[in-house]
Design a protein around this ligand. Structure first.
Ligand code: ADP
Ligand code: ZN
Length: 719
């Protein structure tokens, strides 16, 4: 393992292992078969690449896509590792060269497509050298239960048998337990170990807003992400083309990608994107497989995805380098109807039902008011119970003070009943608003007692109310037809005086202004380095992110390394890259520092640099600033959020065990001292992971704002 650590540092340039990497590598080195399920960007490649360098013999890597293999090989060659590729797309000269490098053992890794393994020539080649490891990338392709079954993967089991002394590794980013079992069985991994990584991608900011003027909403989002690479997913080819035309007319650097384009055009557009020649790809779901670009900074879902798996995969294409990336979904009910229409075309009953259930889960996720990560990560069977992730709209959004909305709920629920529980939200809202349109007139619903009794709220507010009633299971919505129905709980509100609390203020129709607290690095220098990287990439005909990831550039723009030794301390720079690029990037940094009179911020020892210059979470930055004396008002102004949001951040900071001085917080409390004391006492009685019980204990008379502050005070041990 010591050797593995040295390789990690000197060759890959990383200070420390990511979660599970060490355990996985240890297991592989012991030649125990290994199954790894880890989300995209989790760092799976190193798990077989480091052992490959330590094994005597060859590591064979089976991968389904030529583009992925080529990308990997370019990356490896950049850090001085010789890897071979055998594929029909190579010229005969290249092919020979690669073949030779396997034969004479200069290549430690051989990348190959599964179908090539059926060739006798290849099999004989492998039998003639010693194979120590067989790695199956995208291992879910082996299972018919996976979403991407490939026949050629099926024969890998028999191949495996021929190399009984080789250890076998299966890698995938998506595998239900059923698919996992399929992989293990097919690859005949007898005594194996499984490593399941967390599905939480902490650096993705998740945001969902009601789709109202999607084009303007998108433009406003893009304006917040100037000069950044990103993907916009649309439902249809037509939509892709239309959006591409409109956005490029506004000067955005976009290209379309969908199955209706020729292969050449698609490849070209993808290539331009990978090379940072254009910024934005507008695409259908056809885009994504085989994209290794690590610096995708945002993903916009212009239309609703069909299911959570697709959504998760698509947002997962951003932020592989670990830097913050923004994921925005525009949510609308008409999209549900559109998807339903397509689902209805399916002939097979069980397929149709399954698709509807998947869609329903997606809708539920979108409408949820709690931390986005809870339903998302729970969906994959993993528990997530952090009270505030700090990286989703619901955790950071405007303060949502709940109010008593019982009256509105009753009005709406009655109207649903009076109209026979067969209409959708829009229709019922029209009745409450007293809109006597043709449909209502022909149903004689303008004569109902509920007609026109809801004019105190506007249409948007009613829509918001409906979503909350559904979330609280006071209403159910037929996923197929959109009609609303009562549930067993409805009577409590209509007849048993049960109160309903919720929001009636409509907010968040434009994407949150993304003030980036995590940009603690020098953005001006970052830009210069980015340009230099692009220049180099063009010169050498490789994608920019292969030279250095955005994260590595960000670290340079934080530490301002002054010499090669400091350069080597930067995370993501190993010996080979320091040698190839030090004399190109260091002068840029030097010149910039001289001009701006900046001194190097020397990275400590490399082992703890990851923590040091990984952009800190916002609540940590805010917590530290507060500790250092910044007032809540000042922080609110600095981050352009409300004071309440700052308090929420501080709460999280304190939740993580940090102590802060709390005197200044007392001024922000609106309840008298004795009441404060009572709340604090309550905290010491209750387990205080959630404020809700306390809120109700005090009959909702103490606001959440006060509760948050008091809990901070309680946890910090003051008052
Ligand atoms: P996956 O195959 O799981 O999607 P990769 O192997 O492509 O992920 O790794 C994602 C990114 O993380 C790559 O840029 C990789 O170089 C980087 N990475 C991997 N391991 C580490 C580590 N221990 N420290 C820092 N960065 C790492
Ligand atoms: Zn959250």
């Amino acid at each position: 393992m010591d050797k593995a650590k040295t390789i990690l540092k000197n060759i890959f340039g990383y200070d420390s292992f990511r979660p599970l990497q060490k355990e996985i590598i240890g297991n592989v080195l012991l030649k125990n078969d290994t199954l790894v399920v880890m989300p995209t960007g989790g760092g799976k490649s190193i798990c077989y690449q480091i052992p490959a360098l330590l094994f005597e013999g060859l590591t064979v890597v089976i991968s389904p896509l030529i583009s992925l293999m080529k990308d990997q090989i370019t990356q490896l060659r950049q850090i001085g590792i010789n890897a071979a590729l055998l594929n029909s797309s190579l010229s005969s000269e290249e092919y020979k060269y690669n073949l030779e490098s396997v034969k004479n053992k200069t290549a430690k890794l051989l990348y190959i497509a599964p179908e090539s393994l059926a060739k006798e020539e290849i099999l004989n080649l492998l039998l003639s050298v010693s194979v120590d490891c067989i790695t199956v990338d995208e291992a879910h392709c082996i299972s018919e239960w996976g979403h991407d079954f490939r026949k050629d993967y099926r024969q890998l089991g028999s191949l495996r048998k021929k190399f009984s002394s080789a250890v076998c590794i299966g890698l995938t980013a998506t595998a239900t337990p059923r698919v996992q079992n399929d992989i293990v069985q097919n690859l005949e991994m007898k005594s194996h170990k499984r490593f399941l990584g967390s599905f939480d991608r902490e650096n993705l900011f998740l945001q969902i807003i009601p789709k109202q003027n999607p084009f303007e909403q998108t433009v406003s989002f893009l304006n917040e992400h100037k000069n950044q690479p990103g993907i916009i997913y649309c439902f249809s080819r037509k939509q892709v083309d239309a959006l591409h035309e409109k956005l490029s007319a506004l000067g955005f650097s976009t290209r379309p990608y969908h199955a209706g384009l020729s292969d050449d055009e698609r490849n070209l557009n993808q290539d331009l994107f990978t090379r940072d020649e254009i910024e934005i790809i507008i695409a259908t779901i056809a885009f994504g497989m085989g994209i290794n670009k690590s610096n995708v900074r945002f993903v916009v879902h212009y239309d609703l995805p069909k299911n959570i798996e697709s959504y998760y995969q698509e947002i997962g294409r951003s932020g592989r380098d670990g830097l913050r990336s923004d994921c925005l979904l525009l949510f609308s009910y008409s999209d549900i109807a559109k998807i339903n229409y397509f689902i209805d075309q399916k002939e097979n009953d069980s397929e149709r039902l399954s698709a509807k259930l998947h869609l329903e889960a997606m809708v539920k996720y979108s409408e949820s008011e709690i931390c986005r990560r809870v339903p998302l990560i729970n969906y994959f069977g993993e528990k997530y119970d952090n009270s505030n992730c700090g990286m989703c709209d619901n955790c950071l959004g405007d303060e949502k003070e709940k109010t008593d909305i019982t009256i509105y709920a009753q009005k709406f629920l009655s109207a649903v009943k009076r109209t026979g529980e067969i209409f959708g939200a829009g229709y019922v809202i029209d009745i409450l608003l007293g809109n006597d349109n043709d449909r209502i007139l022909s149903n004689a619903h303008h004569k109902l007692s509920v007609f026109g009794i809801g004019t105190e709220l506007n249409k948007k507010q009613w829509q918001l109310l409906v979503r909350q009633l559904i979330n609280k299971e006071l209403l159910s919505r037929d996923i197929e037809f959109g009609s609303l129905k009562h549930t067993p709980k409805t009577t409590n509100v209509l007849f048993k005086n049960e109160k309903v609390f919720g929001f009636i203020k409509v907010h968040k129709t434009s994407p949150a202004k993304l003030k980036r607290a995590d940009k603690s690095y020098d953005t001006a220098l970052f830009e210069l380095l980015r340009r230099k990287r692009k220049e180099l990439a063009e010169e050498r005909g490789i994608p920019p992110y292969i030279i250095f990831s955005d994260k590595t550039l960000a670290e340079m723009a934080y530490h301002y390394p002054a010499d090669e030794e400091s350069f080597l301390r930067i995370n993501g720079i190993g010996n080979k890259k320091a040698e190839s690029y030090g004399n190109i990037f260091l002068p840029v940094i030097k010149k910039y520092c001289a001009k701006n009179n900046i001194k190097e911020v020397r990275a400590q020892i490399k082992t703890n640099t990851t923590k040091n210059h990984q952009p800190e979470k916002r609540h940590t930055v805010i917590g530290k600033s507060f500790k250092a004396g910044a007032s809540i008002d000042r922080l609110a102004e600095e981050y352009q959020v409300t004071k309440q949001t700052i308090v929420r951040h501080l709460a999280k900071f304190v939740d993580e065990g940090n102590k802060i001085k709390t005197e200044s917080l007392l001024n922000d409390l609106s309840i008298p001292r004795d009441k404060q004391q009572m709340v604090i006492e309550e905290f010491s009685k209750e387990s205080i992971s959630s404020l809700k019980p306390v809120y109700y204990k005090f009959n909702q008379e103490v606001s959440y704002d006060d509760l948050y502050i008091l809990r901070i005070i309680f946890k910090s041990g003051n008052l």
